[in-house]
Design a protein around this ligand. Structure first.
Ligand SMILES: [Fe+2]
Length: 416
């Protein structure tokens, strides 16, 4: 199993021995944030665990931590990839200590498994007010962290990691980590998009890898938080009368006038909620299709979707959330195992590691498994007030009704 302990020169925990990441420091001249540490195993496998939307606070849900721990046990991964919303910034607020505590609760569990990990940011990570740059430093304080800021010119955490042959002589797969941003100006929709500078960086880096590799493209896999708008080209518009059927959802944003179902092109999984991409298409998918290296793109963000589908030659794959602080898919909370094979790195195997299969404990019974702990918290806090208010309204209505009846009785006694 690859590791990035002292042998890799990773002495100060930032993955680069305190050096600035420059092309010169990259492994054998390839752009590679992993610096050659990620290699296929002797048995020809490279095992990735995708974990997304742990999205908890400084006093995290026990179920979130149990889920993460069980995923790590079950995956026996060579690399863990966190796909954003590791913490829920808005609920933590602009408090550095609490933010760091929330993140540490997640990263400490990964550290206990002594497995290299890397991350991208989601829309909630810095929403409490603690910057991505500050948080990046906290990630990098873990010796097994391979995450870097990158030089794409937009976002924090655009970088790539190569997976090398078992003997370390040849890069066989490439992992793109992309910061899909947070929110956009209201007139442009809700979510930000992958910007021109990032696409340019991707194209240039992809070309550099191919040049360095004797002109051959290295099969690549993309990991980011928010799904690309092309997901709605992969879905099939369906009649509104199909509402309520399984795998039928109403669209989001610019697509919200229609209902959609998983049509041709889907091979596995569930569509339980509307995918929420940016309204604006910055051209990321088109660029990747054009470059021809990307085989599949993996996303989080939509906590209850775990489909696998293919659109114009590239797989679009969603992973259910791991966290129990916000809404989730009950016993289908979990992470995604991806297995690459050294003799055919253009293809991959994947399956979800669900709570119902890997956690040796019943689901929480407080409703947090589907509604989220925060929803249940506010329901519990405000339900008595609502009941009281409801009782007051009912009593008031009854009194008024009685008064009105008495008036009517008096009136009818007059014989009018
Ligand atoms: Fe998100």
């Amino acid at each position: 199993m690859p590791s990035c302990g002292p042998d890799s020169g990773n002495t100060d925990g930032n993955g680069f021995g305190g050096q600035t990441v420059t092309e010169e420091k990259m492994f054998q001249g390839f752009p590679d944030a992993g610096q050659g540490t990620l290699r296929f195993r002797k048995n020809g496998e490279f095992r990735l665990l995708v974990v997304t939307d742990t999205q908890d606070i400084d006093r995290p849900q026990e179920a979130t931590l149990a889920m993460l721990d069980a995923e790590l046990d079950a995956a026996d991964a060579d690399l863990v990839l966190l796909l954003g919303d590791q913490i829920h910034g808005p609920a933590i607020g602009h408090d550095e200590e609490k933010t760091r505590t929330a993140l540490a609760a997640i990263l400490d569990i990964i550290a206990q498994h002594h497995v290299p990990f890397a991350a991208v940011f989601g829309n909630h990570d810095d929403e409490g007010g603690v910057s991505k740059e500050t948080q990046l430093g906290w990630y990098q304080s873990y010796p097994d962290c391979l995450m870097v800021k990158g030089s794409a010119g937009y976002g924090v955490g655009n970088y790539n990691m190569l997976v090398w042959s078992e003997d370390g002589t040849k890069p066989l797969a490439n992992l793109w980590m992309i910061d899909s941003g947070t929110y956009c100006p209201k007139q442009d929709g809700t979510y930000d998009w992958v910007h021109e500078e990032q696409i340019k960086w991707y194209e240039e880096t992809s070309r550099r890898i191919a040049d360095r590799n004797g002109g051959a493209k290295v099969p690549a896999y993309v990991f980011q938080h928010i799904i690309v708008p092309e997901i709605y080209d992969l879905l099939t518009v369906t009649d509104a009368s199909a509402k309520g059927q399984s795998n039928v959802v109403r669209g989001f944003g610019t697509w919200d006038r229609n209902y959609y179902r998983m049509g041709e092109g889907f091979r596995a999984g569930n569509l339980r909620e509307c995918p929420c991409p940016p309204d604006h298409n910055g051209g990321e998918f088109e660029a990747m299709k054009e470059m021809g290296d990307v085989r599949a793109m993996f996303f989080g963000h939509d906590h209850t979707n775990d489909f696998v589908g293919t659109y114009e030659g590239i797989d679009l794959v969603n992973t259910d959330g791991t966290g129990f602080f916000l809404y989730g898919p009950g016993g289908d909370h979990g992470g995604r195992l991806i297995i690459l094979h050294e003799d055919d790195p253009s293809h991959y195997e994947t399956n979800m590691l669900y709570w119902k299969d890997v956690v040796k404990a019943p689901l929480p019974t407080d409703g947090s498994a589907t509604n989220g702990a925060v929803y249940m918290f506010y329901t519990r806090r405000y339900l008595p007030l609502l009941l009281l208010a409801g009782a007051g309204v009912t009593a008031g209505t009854l009194t008024m009704r009685r008064r009105s009846q008495r008036k009517q009785e008096k009136g009818s006694g007059n014989g009018k």
